[in-house]
Design a binder for this molecule. Structure first.
Ligand SMILES: [Zn+2]
Ligand SMILES: [Zn+2]
Length: 275
């Protein structure tokens, strides 16, 4: 990711988020020196403007932390630094797992919720903002953990004792696996929304926004997630039950990985605190 300023309606994004960092809660104005920035979540076009449903407000500090990770390597860290880094990464990832579980639970309630509120004009709009906001939070949280993990991976292991270096590697590998499990749950959740013929980014009904024949969302420009694997064997429509049980299986998988990660992290922490 480059540090280009993500173009979009920045003012609208800041006002929606009340000039508050969606990661750490710091508040700031839009005056120079800029203390809040827009940050893109999920898949966004590499050129042109980004729709506000794919942009969140972050403070400059969080923005820098999210962007710098690519450039890191050969970070030197003493045992205390390393302990803090491991602890912060584990905590952040733990919170992210809960966010992903909430996102999954919101998404699996959508088919019923939408069917029930079809007649009610206000209903769908509430579902839209709740979905869009929850998705933004969960994607931002995953990116924040990725940035921490990048730091952890950038630590110069050659400088470390093998008794620290080896469990450190195991912890970062396990945490990386967990990250991809979490992303898969989010992808499946987005597939549910595509299956409901709504844009998984901005939640606008796709038949209303299309009109360009490509199936791309006319509001935010995202391609719908492929639902081919989830069609019912007879007739049409998406087999939501099957999609939901896949989401639940993966969530259960993440708890198993989390348990393994907790054990490994504790073992590493004990080693780090020895001496
Ligand atoms: Zn922040
Ligand atoms: Zn859209």
């Amino acid at each position: 990711m480059t540090s280009r300023e993500w173009r979009g309606d920045r003012r609208a994004v800041f006002e929606r988020d009340e000039y508050t960092c969606r990661n750490c809660g710091a508040t700031g104005g839009d005056e120079e020196p800029t203390t809040v920035r827009t940050y893109p979540v999920g898949d966004v076009p590499l050129e042109g403007t980004v729709h506000e449903s794919s942009l969140v407000t972050v403070c400059s500090r969080c923005f820098t932390a999210l962007q710098e990770s690519d450039a890191l390597s050969g970070l030197s860290a003493d045992r205390d630094d390393l302990f803090r880094l491991v602890r912060d990464t584990t905590r952040t990832q733990g919170a992210t797992i809960s966010d992903v579980a909430s996102f999954a639970s919101l998404v699996t309630s959508l088919p019923t919720a939408l069917a029930e509120t079809d007649a009610d004009d206000d209903g769908p709009r509430d579902h839209a903002s709740e979905y869009v906001e929850t998705r933004q939070d969960v994607l931002l949280a995953i990116d924040v953990v990725d940035a921490r993990l990048d730091r952890l991976r950038a630590v110069e292991t050659a400088e470390l004792d093998p008794e620290v270096a080896s469990p450190l590697e195991t912890v970062s590998e396990t945490a990386t696996t967990l990250q991809s499990d979490l992303r898969e749950v989010v992808d499946l959740g987005e597939t549910v929304v595509s299956g409901l013929d709504r844009c998984y980014g901005c939640f606008v009904p796709l038949e209303e926004s299309a009109g360009n024949g490509s199936g791309t969302c006319g509001t935010c420009g995202l391609e719908p997630r492929a639902t081919d694997d989830w069609h019912r064997s007879e007739g049409d429509g998406v087999a939501f039950e099957r999609l939901f049980s896949s989401i639940n299986d993966r969530l259960r998988g993440t708890s198993t990985t989390t348990e393994a990660l907790t054990d490994r992290t504790m073992a590493l922490a004990e080693t780090l605190l020895e001496e």
